[in-house]
Design a protein around this ligand. Structure first.
Ligand code: ZN
Length: 101
């Protein structure tokens, strides 16, 4: 069973972008298991049952944690800034943060 590598440089769930250009995605392009170091989504597995929207909602409801314990958290990491990489609509943001708006 093969599936396309859908993760290029921005995670469709949490918006993580490999802005320091070093570790995260490059080594994964040829593997069959890509796990976002931020939200922990395992592409091709987690997203076969849940949509990226649902996975994002779960991540937000769990406090937008930095998932990976083996990778260094980028300096000045800000999950809310990171979500902006996804260019979510106002509706989608309201859906994610119903209490804050
Ligand atoms: Zn992610």
């Amino acid at each position: 069973m093969g599936y396309e590598c859908i993760v290029k440089d921005t995670c469709p769930v949490c918006g993580f972008y490999d802005y320091d250009g070093s570790i995260f995605w490059k080594n994964w392009e040829n593997t069959y298991q890509e796990i976002c170091p931020i939200c922990g989504t395992q592409f091709g597995y987690d997203d076969s049952n849940l949509s990226h929207e649902e996975l994002r909602k779960n991540w937000v409801e769990n406090g937008m944690k930095f998932w990976s314990s083996s990778r260094k958290k980028p300096k000045n990491w800000n999950p809310l800034e990171q979500l902006k990489n996804l260019n979510l609509s106002e509706e989608e943001m309201k859906e994610l943060f119903p209490d804050k708006l």
